[in-house]
Design a protein around this ligand. Structure first.
Ligand code: SF4
Ligand code: SF4
Length: 192
């Protein structure tokens, strides 16, 4: 390196000595992410509480890291978890493998799968990094009923999907999820 290059390099260091120090008081204040930050996933619900996931496995096939495991099963008249024929009896995401690329949510045909802004996913064991369907499902809001139950929003599954404009992709419950019930650096509380 030439002497001029060294002087230029030290000049950059020197200039930074007089800039304002940026200190993040994490974990006492959690930084606010960009709105479209890719964090932990959410399995969304219809407004009556039925699950949007139909157990099709498209998300699992789209995943380049093989991080998703789905086992579909048939709904019955006695036990209905989603509109239509099928639901996910088992749904898991392995956060030891996930690279947060978002390809799974692009593949999902029902907008069941979305991503929150939650990034605190460190765990003490690999086993705990496998999130189950119960952990990923959006919480029930007032007016929602825990499945299984019959279809309250229409006679067929079409009634759920044709009315999609009034049935948003992400559950309104997502921002009230237990994992986002804490203070953020801007005082807004929610991170989802
Ligand atoms: S975000 Fe990417 S790596 Fe993670 S589960 Fe989805 S497709 Fe797989
Ligand atoms: S989350 Fe979406 S893509 Fe994955 S199994 Fe459920 S409906 Fe299919």
């Amino acid at each position: 390196m030439s002497a001029l290059g060294a002087v230029k390099g030290f000049g950059v260091t020197f200039a930074h000595m007089f800039r304002k120090t940026v200190t993040t008081k994490y974990p006492f204040e959690t930084p606010v992410t960009a709105p479209r930050y890719h964090g932990r996933h959410i399995l969304n619900r219809h407004p009556d509480g039925l699950e949007k996931c139909i157990g099709c496995e498209l998300c699992a096939w789209a995943c380049p890291a093989d991080a998703i495991y789905v086992e579909g099963a048939d709904n019955t008249e006695e036990a209905r978890f989603s509109p239509g024929e099928r639901y996910a009896a088992t749904y898991q995401i392995n956060y030891a493998r996930c690279i947060f690329c978002g390809l799974c949510i692009e593949a999902c045909p029902t907008r069941s799968l979305t991503m929150s802004n939650e990034y605190e996913l460190a765990r003490d064991s690999r086993k705990d990094l496998i999130f189950t369907k119960e952990q990923l499902l959006a919480p029930l809001l007032p007016g929602m009923e825990q499945p299984p139950h019959e279809m309250y929003l229409g006679e067929t599954e079409k009634d759920y999907y044709v009315g999609a404009l009034t049935n948003p992709g992400t559950s309104a419950g997502a921002e009230r999820a237990p994992w986002s019930d804490r203070e953020t650096a801007d005082g807004s509380g929610a991170t989802a």
